[in-house]
Design a protein around this ligand. Sequence first.
Ligand code: GRF
Length: 200
Amino acid sequence: MSDKKRVAVLISGRGSNMSALIEAARASDYPAEIVGVIANKPGAEGLVTAGHNNIPTAVFSLKNYADKAATDAAIDGQLQAWNVDIVCLAGFMRLLSAEFCAKWEGKAINIHPSLLPAFKGLDTHARALDEDVSEHGCTVHFVTADMDDGPIIGQVAVPVEFGDTPGILAERVLKAEHKLYPWALAQVASGAITFEDLKD
Ligand code: GRF
């Protein structure tokens, strides 16, 4: 029996961070395997990529359930069915319920395109340019009920360069995300970094 941690990735769109995790998990010494991908939209492009990699997928749209709690309970049921140990949010553009976050505390992580606590929420690259910061970047953190707020596992800074547009800056940050997320998942899956160690 493998002692790799079983990971589900939650996405809403393109899924390039999901792909970076799938790629990293191919290494025999990587401490995690991707056992399922969940999207909140049937059209999420990353579902196709997951399928090409023979990874099971499932879609849970809010509109098919009574409310958010019922949707998140269905997601939780799928995670149990896949026997998931760790949940990776990777461009999952919906807040999960407080109940879900409490249940998965210390076992759910998220990637956010800013150097948290700066620029929580959306449009981080445009906001960083508006504020004329010299450095921007990305963060992987444990998920808590408050948006983009849990204990920080790791960050990578990138320079903001003259002439950057939100799109150009986003590309530079995304390259850093694709390195940071596999590293961060490995830290959590191996037990090198825990929620208990980081929480105050
Ligand atoms: C990434 O920048 C991620 O940090 C943010 O949304 C984007 C998702 O990109 N939350 P992808 O779907 O992983 O390509």
